[in-house]
Ligand binder design. Structure first.
Ligand SMILES: [Cu+2]
Length: 832
């Protein structure tokens, strides 16, 4: 609904603007028609056009109102205020002033043609002869009709022979009503001659009246500005911008009136005469040149203005805060991100080394990938630890030019261990190392990945699974035991066929242009390298023998940008955990598709039946870029159009003939909102929240870092202009996500987990649904809540990493926390 209304808003704003442009052009040129007949035709056409524009305006207003109704005030306020209100006001003026003026011209012109009796109801001044057209005296006083009069007078004054022949009123003075008997051309001359006759000055005067021309032109300006504000909406707060827009439009209307007045008062009253062809040509080319110069100037100014500074300071943190209705900044204890470290003193319980390299690697199929890999593996090695253990991971960057970091996706690590280049550390350059230490507080399925140039780093392979098991009960919550199969299945689309360095590596992810932020990782795209979906490094079917009765846990990790849809066929199953958070008493599902957010995880469990069970990924990674113009996730909000991929995992007690392989399930898609059994959560849907944030995810046409593109915006802004969400430690925070854009956005909050309160206004009623990466599909609205209990500066961004690279990033900032690190091209830190 919201998605549809959003699209309609954009569509109608453009259509409305186009119609008003034509209507304005018609109104301006009506007086200059060469013959009475063509004037009559044009006035009728103009009437039709005006009616169309008014209807379009009404529809535009209705759509904007409906959007506000469906998505709330914040979801549609900008479209209503900037795109609708001014053009509706203008439309009302047109309906009140211009429509009657047009009707009058149309009638007068009909009379002028001579084949119809003039409309006797038309402004019959007392004593005027039948068939005579009179400009009503009361109007003359208004100063509007005086245009007509003075126009006619000046026309007469110009004294050209045809004027004289038509008997222009010689003594018509401004402010005086005059009898424009000649306007009606009373003699029913033989049709052809009358049709060829020039309109009288009086008729031209009617067609050149201010009320006929100016309101339409003002409305055109309002509609054009409204369309611009719809395609590139202003950032909140809106009050000042709205007042400014109103003032600008009032000025424009005044200027248009003055301008029109001057044209009418000019000695030759140009508005009443068709300009010579050469002059029109000159004028048009001058106008086009002006527009071109303005356009080019505006373009380069906007491009330049959008360029990111070479250094963006975490320490200065100059950008604005969104306080969410809570206390403003200044009272929190001053702390440095670098001090918010894990335990770097004690002896670690687990120690890993991850070495990043830039080499061509091979998938199991033999296909080449221009990979960035940890320990030479695609994906990186799976790390298994126990809850509460002190984990140490040494990151070594052997030769990844652009630098590497390690982010522990979904784990509430201390801020300094979060691995975001330029926010919590500097990127680790070639030949350097960095030590991370943390104690995972919850068991579950997580993953790690580089957060330096992450859109390319993750696409090319710098990621792996991180599994946290319960310390006491291995085999129950995850650890492998004799009767338990526990498998991590990482789905990823690899760009195959690439060679290293020389030609620049192809980019993976969801396809589309690279445009990247520079450095070795972004490489040169456009090679059109095909994406192959793999489970791990395997793009083909994989088989595993599992005795019947064995308890199986499959940990599905989606290491891609777009949602992934999975089919698990051959058995009922439970969704045991979402994003590493156990579901309370899950119930058995059968025939449901599972859609996992980009960066999200589902644990599914089942007991192996006597027959085979098959996990497949539905949807072709290549279909997405082809079917969607905005490097998006495809028409159905996920990869591809529902075709099963070749990558699959078959679990069976014995040999399986192709016939016995279960068909992929067809849906519907599982929704966690009402799944599982309710249990106590630390906070519910309706306590009072300390802060309440609203994030509208949208599209806008604009520039990012000098490049024109379709922007992915949050509250109509892109990084670094999106205000940081300000919190104090201990705050209970509610955030509303509303997606009125054309693509899915898996919103990922670092260092915290969010409890889903509602979706599209429907309360969550099942097991508490905790998530760290929430896919918000077009049109969806989610309310989530979290406790601000982990001080630091945290990323809150779209985990479609291409969107993040293009600015869909903001921060959750604890008051008083500052970072000594900086991002930007001059710093070597480019988190996305
Ligand atoms: Cu996104």
């Amino acid at each position: 609904m919201v998605e549809n209304l959003f699209e309609q808003t954009v569509l109608w704003s453009v259509l409305t603007a186009v119609l008003w442009v034509f209507a304005a052009r018609g109104a301006r040129r009506l007086a200059a028609r060469p013959t009475a007949v063509s004037m009559r035709r044009r006035s009728r056409l103009g009437l039709v056009l005006l009616c169309c524009a008014l209807v379009a305006t009404a529809v535009r207003a209705a759509v904007a109102l409906a959007l506000v109704g469906a998505a709330g005030w914040l979801g549609g306020a900008d479209y209503l205020l900037f795109g609708t209100v001014p053009v509706v006001v203008g439309g009302l003026a047109v309906a009140a002033l211009t429509l009657p003026a047009y009707l009058r011209v149309s009638r007068a012109a009909r009379g002028a043609r001579g084949d119809t009796a003039p409309d006797s109801s038309l402004d019959m001044a007392s004593g005027a002869a039948p068939g005579a057209l009179t400009v009503a005296a009361p109007e003359a006083a208004s100063g509007t009709a005086s245009d007509t009069a003075s126009g006619a007078a000046s026309g007469a004054a110009s004294g050209t022979a045809p004027d004289a022949a038509r008997g222009a009123v010689p003594d018509a003075a401004p402010g005086t009503a005059y009898d424009a008997a000649s306007a009606a051309e009373p003699v029913a001359a033989p049709g052809g001659a009358a049709a060829q006759r020039e309109p009288s000055d009086a008729l031209r005067g009617l067609a050149a009246r201010t009320r006929l021309v100016v309101p339409v032109r003002a409305c055109c300006v309002a509609a054009l500005l409204g369309a611009a504000c719809t395609l590139h909406p202003p950032t909140p707060p809106y009050t000042g911008m709205f007042l400014l827009q109103g003032a600008l439009l009032a000025l424009a209307a005044g200027a248009l009136t003055l301008f029109h007045q001057r044209r009418l008062d000019a000695p030759t009253a140009r508005a009443l005469r068709p300009a010579p062809r050469t002059r029109r040509l000159l004028r048009t080319s001058a106008l086009l040149t002006c527009l071109a110069v303005l356009g080019a100037g505006g373009w380069s100014m906007a491009a330049e203005h959008s360029r990111l500074p070479g250094r963006m300071g975490g320490s200065s943190h100059t950008h604005a805060y969104d306080t969410g209705g809570g206390p403003s900044a200044g009272s929190g204890p001053a702390r440095d991100v670098a001090d918010l470290k894990g335990d770097h003193e004690g002896k670690p319980d687990r120690r890993f080394t991850l070495t990043a390299t830039d080499r061509t690697r091979h998938l199991a199929s033999g296909e080449k990938v221009a990979a960035l890999a940890f320990n030479g593996r695609l994906p990186g090695p799976e790390l298994r630890v126990r809850r509460g253990e002190l984990v140490e991971v040494v990151l070594v960057n052997r030769d990844v030019e652009g630098g590497v970091t390690l982010h522990w996706h979904g784990v509430e690590v201390p801020n300094a261990e979060d691995g975001v280049a330029g926010v919590t550390q500097d990127a680790v350059g070639p030949g350097r190392r960095h030590v991370y230490r943390f104690r995972p507080a919850r068991a579950g399925t997580f993953w790690y990945h580089s957060h330096q140039q992450s859109s390319t780093a993750v696409a090319r392979g710098l990621f792996g699974a991180l599994i946290v098991e319960e310390p006491e009960k291995p085999g129950d919550a995850g650890g492998a035991g004799p009767d338990v199969v526990d498998r991590t299945v990482v789905a990823h689309a690899w760009a195959v066929g690439g060679a290293t360095s020389a030609g620049g590596p192809p980019r993976g992810g969801a396809g589309g242009d690279s445009g990247g932020a520079g450095g070795a990782l972004s490489g040169v795209n456009g090679t059109g390298a095909p994406l192959r979906t793999a489970l791990g490094d395997d793009t083909g079917p994989r088989k595993e023998k599992v005795p019947a009765g064995t308890r199986v846990r499959l940990r599905l990790v989606n290491a891609d940008n777009c949602p992934r849809t999975y089919s698990l066929a051959g058995t009922p199953f439970e969704v045991a955990a979402i994003d590493g958070n156990p579901v309370h008493r899950p119930t058995a599902l059968r025939g449901r598709l599972l859609r996992v957010a980009g960066g999200g995880r589902y644990d599914v469990t089942f007991r192996q039946p006597a027959g085979p069970v098959q996990l497949t990924v539905v949807g072709d990674a290549n279909a997405s870029s082809a079917s969607h113009g905005f490097e998006g996730c495809g028409e159905d909000g996920a990869y591809g159009a529902g075709r099963p991929e070749t990558a699959s995992l078959l679990l069976a007690p014995g040999a399986v003939t192709p016939k016995e392989t279960p068909e992929p399930v067809t849906g519907p898609v599982f929704d966690p909102l009402h799944y599982g059994t309710p249990t106590r959560a630390p906070f519910g849907p309706s306590p009072s929240f300390d802060r309440d944030f609203s994030l509208v995810l949208g599209n806008s046409f604009g520039f990012f870092d000098g490049r024109p593109m379709v922007l992915w915006t949050i509250n109509n802004a892109v990084y670094p202009d999106i205000p940081a969400l300000l919190v104090h430690k201990g705050d209970l925070v509610r955030t509303t996500f509303l997606n009125r854009s054309l693509d899915d956005h898996p919103m990922h909050l670092h260092g915290h987990r969010m409890l889903v309160l509602s979706k599209d206004g429907k309360k969550a009623t099942g097991s508490p649904w905790w998530t760290d990466t929430l896919n918000v599909a077009p049109g969806e609205r989610y309310e989530v809540a979290f406790r601000a209990d982990n001080p630091g500066l945290w990323m809150d961004h779209c985990h479609n990493l291409d969107h993040a690279r293009d600015g869909m990033v903001l921060h959750l900032a604890y008051d008083g926390v500052t970072s000594p690190y900086e991002t930007g091209s001059k710093t070597g830190n480019q988190p996305e």
